[in-house]
Design a binder for this molecule. Sequence first.
Ligand SMILES: [Fe+2]
Length: 201
Amino acid sequence: MNRKKFLITSTLTAIGLSSFGKVRKLSDGTFDSDCETTNDILGPFYRSDAPIRSDLTYEGLKGTRIELKGKVYQSDCVTPLKSAMVEIWHCDTNGVYDNESKAYHQRARWITSEDGQYSFKTILPGKYLNGQLFRPAHIHYRVTAANCKELISQIYFKGDPHIEKDPWASKEKAKLRIIELIPQDTNGNLSLNFDIYLRKK
Ligand SMILES: [Fe+2]
């Protein structure tokens, strides 16, 4: 079941099961669940203080444009979380991270809106070697919000042949983070949706 389409009805009183976990109605009428987005490694290329921006593209930037969007939810799986900070970073089409420049290329932070939404315009990342093997293309995430556990994670892309042998992307817990790329227009631009479920502190 698509997590976005998951519905909680007023008749749900005890425990419900979905593809992403259990949902339980608490005595105060709220819901608790284990829909939490799974974590992944931080990796060696994180830089703090990335610019707050939703457009990471610039003139001369090579690569397929993608629009990456989604919603951040509270731990009950259904309530959008406003004012969460969503941070992403990834390499360029040659598999290189900007680890030094003041431009912080392909790095950004954004704050979710009233209805929990975030979005970034960027490019499809390339790949880089991890020992003998290429890591699958991926985008790193760090998500923080008041009263929530910090999430450090990564997303991957469906059909990537390097997922199978990657020590992290091949894990069972990464399955819901392998995202489909959807053609957005006739110019080859792509979009993808990644919703995030935080856990209470
Ligand atoms: Fe990475």
